[in-house]
Design a protein around this ligand. Structure first.
Ligand SMILES: Cc1cc2nc3c(=O)[nH]c(=O)nc-3n(C[C@H](O)[C@H](O)[C@H](O)COP(=O)(O)O)c2cc1C
Length: 217
């Protein structure tokens, strides 16, 4: 399969230049398929999602306000359930607030800046069948927009869930109906920053995608 992609890449096949080039082994496309029929995403988008990785080593300077604003603006464009926009974002960009953050998580990686994306459960869209809230999902989408925008701006970022929500609540006076969903620790990557091996451990596409129906048990 790898040969197929590499050969096609040499021929200038569009798919292999876009989704297949980096990790052809995860895309199980039938040999002999007309790969030119596959649509391609823009090169910029492909590069963004391919090159992003969780950065865990940072330079010490806090992010400039202008950069923070761009990242926040990208989150602000995210879709939310019924457009309720229940996200609440806590920006930490001083030595004092980062010191407090270090009491709430070991996964701070000495980042100079962090953003805690929370959701207001009182403003959530609620699914009537089972009472499920969209607000944690909304917050995750907002955080994803922000993480990708950060990468696009040359800012390294790691999504962190390993934090103590109670400690976070006390440290930053988070009201009970505002629940922290995602912590993004961020800053400019240090010279030593590199992806962990986990970054490339991707399950084959066919293991995570089911067409039309899950098999009947
Ligand atoms: C919901 C979520 C929670 C995560 N929590 C942590 C965390 O607490 N600590 C950490 O170091 N990385 C955390 N990560 C980062 C993942 O480990 C990382 O995204 C994954 O291993 C893939 O690597 P990559 O982001 O470099 O591609 C989290 C990522 C997600 C999406």
């Amino acid at each position: 399969m790898r040969d197929l992609f590499l050969n096609r890449a040499k021929e200038g096949c569009r798919l292999s230049r876009t989704i297949g080039e980096e990790r052809p082994e995860i895309y199980r496309i039938e040999a002999g398929s007309d790969l030119s029929l596959y649509p391609r995403v823009s090169m910029e988008f492909e590069q963004l999602i391919t090159q992003r990785y969780s950065v865990r080593s940072f330079r010490s300077e806090h992010l400039p306000e202008t950069v923070i604003h761009r990242i926040l603006a990208a989150g602000h464009k995210a879709p939310t359930g019924c457009n309720n926009q229940p996200q609440r974002i806590l920006v930490l960009n001083t030595d004092d607030s980062i010191a407090k953050l270090k009491g709430c998580t070991k996964c701070h990686f000495d980042a100079p800046t962090a953003m805690l994306i929370c959701h207001n459960t009182k403003e959530s869209w609620v699914r009537k069948y089972d009472g499920a809230l969209s607000s944690p999902v909304d917050a995750a989408i907002v955080a994803t927009h922000m993480m990708l925008a950060a990468h696009d701006l040359g800012v390294g970022c790691c999504w962190v869930m390993h934090f103590d929500p109670d400690a976070m609540g006390s440290a930053f006076h988070i009201p009970p109906h505002i629940e922290p969903a995602a912590l993004l620790v961020m800053g400019y990557p240090s010279e030593e920053a590199k992806p962990l091996p986990l970054h490339t451990q991707t399950r084959p596409l066919e293991e995570v995608v089911v067409y039309e129906s899950f098999p009947q048990e």
